[in-house]
Design a protein around this ligand. Structure first.
Ligand code: 4NP
Length: 144
């Protein structure tokens, strides 16, 4: 089982969207047993909060199933619980490294070569959704 934790700043937009998009794709491909997928934040800013309403609206529009979410911050002991921490942007990598202190097993990676814009600030959930799908499709190919 490959254990994946998507990481963003608040864990209410990009990383939970990525979590549910990937869960949907994995289910369609009958790969449920191969992946454990979750998501976390690098900040406590939104701790306990559900996915942002506009993120949920975008998933609804695209037919992506999701369940109730609760934002959680990444903690130091998470390092040993997952195989990959898949970040949305460079600052997530920097902040995850601050939490873990080091990344001996090179588990921290970025979903795309470029940064994925934070729709909390840009308001462009369509662009973020499309970037997430692109990254997740190549991630599944890479890991499968
Ligand atoms: P996310 O977006 O990192 O994609 O979940 C954000 C949502 C909320 C905040 C920052 C980013 N915030 O600081 O409240």
């Amino acid at each position: 089982m490959i254990k994946i934790c998507f990481v963003c700043l608040g864990n209410i937009c990009r990383s939970p969207m990525a979590e549910f998009i990937m869960k949907g794709k994995v289910k369609k491909l009958n790969l449920n047993d191969k992946f454990y997928i979750t998501s976390k934040a690098t900040s406590y800013e939104e701790s306990g909060n559900d996915m942002y309403i506009y993120a949920k609206n975008k998933l609804d529009e695209k037919g992506v199933f999701y369940t109730k979410h609760s934002s959680k911050r990444l903690e130091k002991d998470d390092y040993n619980k997952y195989d990959y921490f898949i970040c949305m942007e460079e600052s997530n990598i920097k902040n995850a490294l601050k939490i873990f202190k080091e990344d001996k097993e090179n588990k921290i990676i970025k979903l795309l070569d470029k940064d994925i814009d934070d729709p909390w600030y840009t308001g462009n959930f369509e662009k973020t959704y499309n970037d997430l799908v692109k990254g997740i499709e190549s991630l599944i190919i890479k890991l499968n």
